[in-house]
Design a binder for this molecule. Structure first.
Ligand code: 13P
Length: 341
């Protein structure tokens, strides 16, 4: 079991590849569909995910896909269960298992992520359905006295309980502490908050006996707040993020798979690329993007079956750009070259 976990974790951060996060909950996918003016119905959600997962050639750049509870039970438009379709293409199916960030009792607006009750049974079922890795996301905000020690430790404890249950079930846990980058904070404040959250997480993972060689970390990058007036550039973000992770992430972790947060798709690619260009590093530095992989594709598709190919082209392009960023070989000119063909 142990070696299998290690093997799966390493496969998910194989050279040139990363993860597609397609695990939007019902509420989140509705928000995404609202932006293109289509209704979030079960057939529309299925058609959208079908478009993404059947894109020709993505297995060259996509190692795994995180699914939502509904999606792992759905089949492609050709009638193949989605997990099977992914496995047939050499892509590892994964599953989001938390049930969301909820108000943290007696706190001043901070959150704790829920979903531990009954998790052992749910993991066994998801494994039966084909999942070989899972995701649990905790969120923290930056502000005066934020994240609080209370928020840091309650979320760290829950993340580690989730991770231990995953490993017991033969599932690789992706541990996702996301320090939200909204607001006007400086990059130094982001680094401090991110480091604090990470330190809590790795302390709890250690205390709860989680095998780091069979787990992946999915963090935010260290950024100036999205509304800050003087925002750090690509090189500064890469250096600040690396410095923070060198201090707080053990080398036993096989890979750090960043989330994109509210970054533009091209920023997310450029930042990952700049970090890899400064390599080698103790861990693989990869992506587990939702919006930054999907946004152009969602727009090109627009809910119209006639646009499936256009949507797939857009998705393939972003996957390829991020694949290049895995080895520091991405350049913004590659965006324009692709656009002109
Ligand atoms: P974004 O890349 O859109 O932040 O999504 C990644 C994710 O899975 C958040 O939990």
């Amino acid at each position: 079991m142990t070696n299998q976990l290690h093997g799966t974790a390493r496969a998910l951060v194989a050279e040139g590849k990363g993860i597609l996060a397609a695990d939007e909950s019902d509420g989140t996918i509705k928000k995404r569909f609202d932006t293109i003016g289509i209704e979030s119905t079960e057939p529309n959600r299925r058609a959208y995910r079908d478009m993404l997962f059947t894109t020709p050639g993505i297995e060259d750049y996509i190692s795994g896909v995180i699914l939502f509870d509904e999606t792992i039970r759905q089949s492609s438009l050709d009638g193949v269960p989605f997990p099977q379709l992914l496995v047939d293409r050499g892509i590892v199916p994964g599953i989001k298992v938390d049930i969301g960030a909820k108000p943290l009792a007696l706190s001043d607006g901070e959150t704790v992520t829920e979903g531990l009750d009954g998790l052992r049974g749910r993991l066994a079922e998801y494994r039966e359905l084909g999942a070989r890795f899972a995701k649990w996301r905790a969120t923290y905000s930056i502000g005066e006295h934020r994240p609080s020690e209370y928020c840091v430790w309650t979320n760290a404890h829950a993340l580690a309980r989730y991770a231990a249950l995953c490993q017991e079930a033969g599932i690789v846990p992706i541990v996702e502490p996301e320090v939200l980058q909204d607001g006007v904070h400086t990059i130094e404040q982001s680094s401090k908050a991110t480091g604090r959250a990470l330190q809590g997480v790795f302390t709890e993972l250690h205390d709860q006996r989680v095998d780091l060689y069979g787990a992946l970390l999915k963090p935010n990058m260290v950024l100036s707040g999205y509304d800050a007036s003087d925002r750090a550039g690509v090189e500064e973000v890469a250096r600040a993020t690396l410095e923070c992770f060198y201090r707080h992430v053990p080398a036993a972790v096989p890979g750090i798979v960043f989330l994109s947060g509210g970054q533009s798709d091209e920023d997310a690619t450029a930042h990952l690329n700049a970090m890899n260009a400064l390599g080698r590093h103790p861990w693989q530095l990869s992506f587990s993007y939702g919006r930054a992989l999907q946004a152009p594709s969602l727009k090109a598709w627009g809910g119209d079956p006639a646009n499936v190919e256009a949507g797939q082209r857009a998705f393939y392009h972003r996957a390829k750009m991020n694949g290049a960023a895995r080895s520091g070989l991405y350049a913004p000119e590659m965006e324009r070259q692709a656009a002109s063909v």
